[in-house]
Design a protein around this ligand. Structure first.
Ligand code: UDP
Length: 375
């Protein structure tokens, strides 16, 4: 009987913060572990569950091939303990927060930030596992992160198919970032001035449906369809970034976007707004040298609090990025390293295995429900 218990699949519970930027990589990470034979459960609300449903279904399909009993909840499954109510409001969950963690799992890979990994391990003495880029585990790139893809998504990919390799700039700022009309105006001018092909996602977050901010001639430029394509709503970001036509990404430096660009070997024009984005910009531009900064300095989540950067400055950054062979080559090399990290024998692949070993070993020494504050 003791043997039978040991052979049961490891079971990991994922509890993502309720924002797309957390939910999407968590679903990817669960799929990654499921692919290695771990039973995974994602705890979230019904609305968020719908967003990652296809990722969960695909992980389930893949999981049945691993030799474990093919049952519905074997790969990422979605618990529904919280109908209609954000779980963080619940007292019992709040009481969990003071618990110290046993270690930390990161959506990153060793070659991306070796000095920081060493700092965490040696100086801070923390246990860390780097298992990313988790986006590379995604099997549903076309609908990743949404249950309502943009109606423009398919035509966007066809539009890219007709463009020369490395000729298109992709412009998107994640799920939360908003721009003032004056900023959109300058960005549109910049895309026009740069002379480059571009795909620009005006996402749901913007609520920026009006066209009042458009500079003269911009609507016509889009309507012509030769140089610019606008995606309204949810874009298939990983599909776009991995397209051969891509040559650059104008990004707010959300960590997911950075890692996705790195994975695809696409260099970045960086335009941070708040949160960790300025740190991410530093990593991209100064340490990895796979980006050009537009020089944003104002840290604020509100859109009115940002200095308006002129179209000329943005356009120059885009041109510098697209025309720099050194930056383009560095980005391609880094993309190679990212893909190698998650392949069998790569650093992230091995960290997944190491974490599974540690958890399996601890399972036999720690009883469920035991107070593990001391760990
Ligand atoms: N995303 C997408 N399509 C969109 C907008 C966003 O697929 O139209 C995805 C993107 O690929 C990334 C995530 O949403 O995985 C955004 O996370 P990020 O950390 O870049 O930014 P945040 O939204 O958290 O600021």
């Amino acid at each position: 009987p003791a043997m039978a218990v040991q052979e049961e699949a490891l079971h990991i519970l994922f509890f993502p913060f309720l924002a797309s930027g957390h939910l999407i990589p968590t679903a990817d990470m669960a799929a990654l572990f499921a692919g290695r034979g771990v039973r995974c459960t994602i705890l979230t609300t019904p609305v968020n569950a719908a967003i990652i449903r296809s990722a969960v279904d695909r992980a389930n399909d893949a999981f049945t091939g691993t030799g474990f009993v093919p049952r519905r909840a074997a790969a990422p499954g979605v618990l529904r303990p919280v109908p209609g109510r954000p779980p963080h409001r619940r007292g019992r969950v709040r009481q969990l927060l003071p618990l110290r963690s046993f270690g930390e799992v990161f959506n990153s890979f060793h070659d991306l930030e070796p000095d920081y990994v060493e700092h965490f391990q040696k100086t801070l003495g923390r246990r860390v596992w780097l298992v990313g880029p988790v986006a590379l585990a995604s099997k549903d790139m076309a609908v990743r992160g949404t249950d309502a893809p943009s109606p423009d998504a398919d035509s966007c990919i066809r539009w890219l198919d007709a463009k020369p390799a490395g000729s298109v700039v992709y412009v998107s700022f994640g799920t939360l970032t908003k721009f003032a009309p004056a900023e959109l105006h300058q960005l549109a001018r910049a895309l026009d001035l740069s002379g480059m092909n571009f795909v620009w996602v005006i996402g749901a977050a913007g609520g920026q449906d009006s066209t009042e901010w458009m500079p003269e001639g911009f609507a016509e430029l889009i309507a012509r369809g030769d140089r610019g394509f606008m995606v309204r709503g949810w874009a298939p970001q990983m599909l776009i970034l991995s397209h051969a036509a891509l040559g650059g990404f104008v990004t707010h430096c959300g960590w997911n976007s950075v890692l996705e660009a790195v994975s695809a070997g696409v260099p970045m024009v960086t335009w941070p707004r708040y949160a960790d984005q300025f740190h991410n910009e530093k990593l991209v531009v100064e340490l990895l040298k796979v980006g050009v900064s537009i020089g944003a300095k104002d840290y604020a989540s509100g859109m009115e609090a940002h200095e308006v950067i002129t179209g000329e400055v943005i356009a120059e950054s885009i041109q510098r990025l697209m025309e720099s062979d050194a930056i383009q080559k560095k980005a391609k090399d880094l993309g190679e390293k990212a893909r190698r990290a998650v392949e069998k024998g790569g650093s992230s692949y091995d960290d997944v295995g190491r974490l599974m070993d540690v958890l399996t070993a601890r399972r036999s020494s720690v009883k469920v429900g035991e107070d593990n504050q001391a760990s």
